[in-house]
Design a binder for this molecule. Sequence first.
Ligand code: FMN
Length: 162
Amino acid sequence: MPSIHIMYASTSGHTEYVVDTLIKFLNERAPQITVERQHVELAKPEDLLHGDLVILGSGTWNFGGVEGQLNEYMHRYLFEQSQGIDLTGKQLAFISLGDDRYYYTTRCTEKFMRFLKESHAKMALIPLIVVNEPYGQEERVMKWAEKLISAMQNNKAPTHAF
Ligand SMILES: Cc1cc2nc3c(=O)[nH]c(=O)nc-3n(C[C@H](O)[C@H](O)[C@H](O)COP(=O)(O)O)c2cc1C
């Protein structure tokens, strides 16, 4: 059974709403895929090894007083707790949120890219970027989910070879 492990941080509930929408769609459209979800606050580095594909989700925040950063919990998880982890062969996908009232709109995506590079993981598909409140943007989430399902079907390579 193919499986997806989703880890996310969500301060005002926007990322959580996107994750909920995604899971609902995947359960309906691709019930053969097992989907697990986890608040990143509760995650351990080894959780990055779960599933055939890991999805990381975060809004863009002003962590450390600087705009354009990951949610603090996601930042600490990826760059402190999981610092130095080797994810060679692992498939990752990203969900980034932000608001166009901020100059560095959805720039947390760049931080995800930094983690991808440093951990030597592979990007399974282009990130899902949601600008402004996600309510009413469900169609975008579902289109991305379709691409995700295709990416999983097209990639039969084992991802647990660590
Ligand atoms: C204090 C603060 C700082 C923020 N900084 C940014 C930013 O730098 N860039 C951006 O695109 N959005 C920024 N946002 C908007 C959030 O990323 C956006 O509301 C997002 O949907 C929140 O997702 P969450 O509720 O899942 O954490 C900021 C919001 C707040 C309240």
